[in-house]
Design a protein around this ligand. Sequence first.
Ligand code: MN3
Length: 202
Amino acid sequence: MAFELPKLTYPQDALAPFIDERTMQIHHSLHHAAYVNNLNNALKDTAHANAALDDIVRNISKHPMPVRNNGGGHYNHSLFWEILAKNDNSEPIGELGAAVNKQFGSFTAFKEAFANAAMTRFGSGWAWLVLQEDKTLAVSSTPNQDCPLMDIADVKGFPVIGLDVWEHAYYLNYQNRRADYVNAWWSIVNWAEAEKRFKAAR
Ligand code: MN3
């Protein structure tokens, strides 16, 4: 069973001006699609050809680098589209909001830690809010298309939200200004979806 590019649940211009339509179009229909195609090619005729994406990602140390890069790429981008929305909630709600306040002191302090992770990730990668196995929250970043669910991650756990800081995610609109992109991203985090993910993982 080959993996397929998931459809966006909103139009490509829905997140503008924070993420512009052209960036969304290229990011989803070209970059994400390439990860899906390359993952399918890497798994074809192997013992893992019918494996679930979650299982592949959780046991990534058993796979060769093309599966790590493209399996991570497919997993991370699928998550990324889901936790974005033009939303009415400017900060975490419900249980996640309470857990963020408990762990980081305040939403402002959490945002600072997360932005720092996003800004200090050199080159390409992701910043994460992670629910660790001990059920505490942590902020982390990963290189390339690695993610916290992978058994090789420094900070392991379930990714509640993640921010793509590859240049392909922001360069058309923000050029080298990653800080502006990170700052704008807070306006389009779907905290209702993040709350769902947090509760499901907990
Ligand atoms: Mn990307």
